[in-house]
Design a protein around this ligand. Sequence first.
Ligand SMILES: *Cc1c(COP(=O)(O)O)cnc(C)c1O
Length: 460
Amino acid sequence: MLEKKTFENGTKVFLSPDEMPTEWYNILPDLPRPLDPPINPQTKEPIGPSDLEPIFPKSLIQQEVSDQRWIKIPEEVLDVYKLWRPTPLYRARRLEKALDTPAKIYYKWEGVSPPGSHKPNTAVAQAYYNMVDGTERLTTETGAGQWGSALSFGCSLFDMECTVYMVKISYQQKPYRRLLMQTWGAEVIPSPSDRTQAGKKILEEDPESPGSLGIAISEAVEDAATHDNVHYSLGSVLNHVMLHQTVIGLEAKKQLEAVGEYPDVVVGCVGGGSNFAGLAYPFVYDKLKGKSDVRIVAAEPTACPTLSKGIYAYDFGDTVGLTPLLKMYTLGHDFVPAPIHAGGLRYHGDAPTLCLLYDEGVIEAKAVPQNPTFEAGVMFARNEGFVPAPETNHAIRVVIDEALRCKETGEKKVILFNNSGHGHFDLAAYEAYFAKKLEDYEYPEEKIKQSLEKISQLQP
Ligand SMILES: *Cc1c(COP(=O)(O)O)cnc(C)c1O
């Protein structure tokens, strides 16, 4: 019998299975002020939990508004988590050496899940609660295919059908993620499609539309709302998604503790905010309670700088305007970001909890252009081995810049970041980078301004 519960070998720290968190951390009761409620776009009145019942099961709606700090992870979900959790915490010693920095760099490696990212942490939980609720089919949208593959995987484990509306341009350009979804049994439909009124409307205006995440959300929501026993599932943004992802940060905290460390800086890339929140919220808790002054930095693309350049206002979650209005930092629901390869970061809004924390100054944001993120990702791969997803490269860029600053100042900061997924299905993006074909899209000021002008009439 081994006594020790946490193991480390100088390169990585891993928890024993019985140290895996058994509860998720819900940040809602600890926020510095209450969240502004979602509102109905027609009446401008707050929507009640029951208004969400056409698209979500009751159990998830309860979690969405729960004031319980700790929420028990069902045994069935823990059982699936055991396929890849606890995930290892790595010390990036070779990267530190290459940078010649006194900083210590740690990262949580979420690429070990079957779909290769953090996303199944919530996909499995959402599929489970829907199964219990009697849902026969789940619908969702996907851009590059990370979320679609995570939900397809989750549904396959709980014998549920899954329909994925995949942004058309990605459907055509990324056959491997589509095939992964189909292997797990999902039906994958290129969006915009003629399956929904929302899709038809877009196709009438532009038959050649390459699609967007916002359009695909509209289609998936409509499909769920107009069919019995069909629910919709979202891979980011909502409170219950942030909740499920906190297993990442809860594990990381224990792992760092085991080697006598606490982070000075926590970094994650932000699309809708789920992998970032998942790692950061357990540390945000310490900060809100005055127990630490850790810096928490959200990395986003200059092509879609939601926190850095957006406004804090009510906006739709989708493009067409079917969802409730959420108070968040937004670039405008009809803003179409430049086609950067980090498809998961091309979203006009961010999670309401994260936006509130940004507004309160609890977290910071840093926008980075595309080529420097690939430069960082390649440097990471050449020193640490793992090839990160283009989304993750944004976090790595910010981490490397921080480590280089430490080199100048001599500070021995402890930097922790979320390595949210692998880039094995994104190698064409690396190819374009090596061929110097990637553009550094700057903040498209005029386009964002146009999209933001339309938002004032949505405000209550
Ligand atoms: C989807 C995705 C992201 C962005 O989504 P968040 O909800 O902001 O985490 C980041 N990294 C990877 C690998 C992803 O698949």
